[in-house]
Design a protein around this ligand. Structure first.
Ligand code: AQP
Length: 332
């Protein structure tokens, strides 16, 4: 089976955009790919983290992967920092990445505005570590949200650069798997539908966390910003708020946007918000229930992570040794 890699950083509260843009697709792709799903905590420390919170959140996120339907019997689930080959390959790739390439990354520009007191070298190098995550496993497919497209392009450029320089296939060239906006590749913020929903947004009304309780979910949906006018229609340019709610409704219900629009014909924005809230509550209930069961069983969670890290390491070492040998490092 071809290899699939994807990861999420344990920052903020895992939310609906992350679920729709990536985890939901992970679950579907599990049978057709040899999957590695990572909790990328080394990426998370590019912004300041409270150590105790980071530990708790990391385990919460992994439990949410499992509760969402990631099956550790089929897929490798692991924590990035437990596989040191990520850092080792990242260093080597750093030495093949140009400053100009990293300067162009829009996520770095956005994040340096948000964290202007801590614009650290790790934040700048973030895409290189991400390239290492992916290339270490000879990954063919990377399911991510649209915001990661630019990072994926850099990863592909780096792979080509190595393969061309050493005139053989050192790395497989990975393909992104990004759903179009209408299928949830880019879920927008509830209060500001012109910017993307983000799990570490300081305004928690902007996103629905996977662990939000029903009351909170209903409240956040009711508060969602809609647009001027009254007709419920999908129009990204003129009605970004309503269009975003329709997209979420469509993905969660499994109906097409057209079917959802038809369903709401003649109704008001308020109806859409209330029904959407109820739909999300119902959808998340079993995931939350499984989450609390898994999270209580620490021995199980630790066992999944131990096996995951061992499996990932075995695969990662093969690529790393090959790269080290190729670039002229004396192997032990
Ligand atoms: N709004 C979104 N719509 C669809 N997919 C999204 N993703 C993120 N936001 C949306 C996808 O979720 C995965 C998690 O990505 P990450 O943890 O690497 O960080 P990110 O892309 O920076 O996501 P966030 O939520 O915005 O995190 P913070 O706020 O911590 O930076 C990725 O597959 C991403 O594409």
């Amino acid at each position: 089976k071809p290899i699939l890699f994807s990861g999420i950083q344990p920052s903020g509260d895992l939310m609906l955009g992350n679920y729709i843009g990536s985890i939901k697709n992970w679950v579907k792709l599990q049978d057709d790919y040899q999957c590695l799903f990572s909790l990328v905590n080394m990426h998370a420390i590019t912004v300041e983290q409270n150590p105790q919170d980071l530990i708790k959140r990391s385990l919460d996120f992994v439990a949410l992967y499992l509760a969402s339907g990631i099956d550790p019997q089929k897929s490798t689930v692991f924590i990035q920092s437990q596989v040191p080959e990520h850092a080792e390959l990242a260093w080597i790739l750093n030495c093949a990445t140009y400053m100009g390439e990293l300067n162009r990354m829009t996520q770095f520009k956005d994040k340096s505005q948000k964290h202007e007191h801590n614009i650290n070298a790790g934040l700048f190098n973030y895409p290189v570590l991400m390239a290492a995550d992916i290339l270490l496993y000879q990954t063919e497919l990377v399911p991510v949200g649209a915001d990661q497209k630019q990072h994926l392009e850099l990863t592909r450029d780096l792979a080509h650069r190595f393969n061309n320089r050493f005139e053989r296939e050192i790395f497989k060239i990975p393909e992104p798997f990004i759903a179009p906006a209408t299928s949830g590749g880019r879920i927008m913020s509830l209060q500001d539908p012109t910017s993307k929903m983000s799990k570490s947004d300081s305004n928690k009304n902007n996103f629905i966390a996977l662990l939000d309780d029903p009351k909170t979910i209903l409240k956040k949906c009711k508060k969602a910003v809609t647009d001027s006018g009254e007709v419920i229609e999908y129009d990204l340019d003129n009605k970004p708020g309503v269009s975003n709610l329709l997209t979420i409704y469509s993905v969660i219900s499994g109906k097409t946007i057209e079917q959802v629009v038809q369903h709401f014909e003649g109704k008001m924005y308020g109806h859409l918000k209330v029904e959407l809230g109820e739909l999300i509550v119902e959808y998340l209930a079993p995931i939350q229930q499984r989450f609390y069961q898994i999270r209580e069983d620490e021995a199980y969670l630790n066992a999944v992570l131990k096996t995951g890290a061992e499996n990932a390491r075995t695969q990662a070492q093969k690529t790393l040794r090959d790269v080290q040998h190729t670039i002229g490092f004396v192997l032990p």
